[in-house]
Design a protein around this ligand. Structure first.
Ligand SMILES: [Zn+2]
Length: 162
């Protein structure tokens, strides 16, 4: 499917949601849920992109997820930052040439168009949580080019069990 068609579907869906829900924050949340519902499709891309052993949290965050982004976005990430504070781990993934929102201008700063990707990643993290020993994964898009930021950024946070 062409990128233009995909962007068209995303933009049309988003505007339709905005028409129905009115509140841009609710639309962002709806896009998040849409991403979670697409999780299984995104997981297929994940399994295809992950190479080699993927059975520890460090590899999952620093190698598998970036490979997954490259597969679904068609572009590599520009930056991966992982920080740890007690049991909380926060991983930030940024991409300056996001093809998903390219050419789209968000109608509100509260509307994060690429949140659908964050929802899909959160769902994948949910599936891996038991095996990799963490809980409560949460992922949101924290910067988006469509709302005027210099890049799109996805922030995944989770809590280790130990
Ligand atoms: Zn984007």
């Amino acid at each position: 499917m062409s990128e233009i068609l995909l962007r068209g579907i995303l933009l049309t869906t988003t505007l339709r949601m905005l028409n129905e829900l009115r509140d841009p924050k609710s639309v962002t949340e709806a896009l998040h849920q849409l991403g979670r519902e697409m999780g299984e499709i995104a997981l297929v891309a994940y399994l295809r992109s992950v190479k080699g052993a993927d059975n520890d949290l460090g590899t999952f965050l620093s190698k598998s997820i970036p490979s997954w982004f490259k597969t679904i976005m068609g572009r590599g990430l520009d930056n991966v930052r992982i920080s740890e504070s007690g049991k909380t781990i926060i991983a930030r993934y940024s991409i300056s040439d996001c093809r998903l929102c390219s050419g789209i201008i968000s109608p509100s700063p509260d509307l994060f168009i690429c949140e659908v990707v964050a929802g899909a990643l959160e769902w994948i993290a949910d599936q891996r949580s038991g095996e990799l020993g963490f809980e409560a994964p949460s992922c949101h898009e924290t910067a988006c080019r469509a709302r005027g930021d210099g890049f799109c950024e996805f922030t995944l946070s989770l809590k280790t069990k130990i």
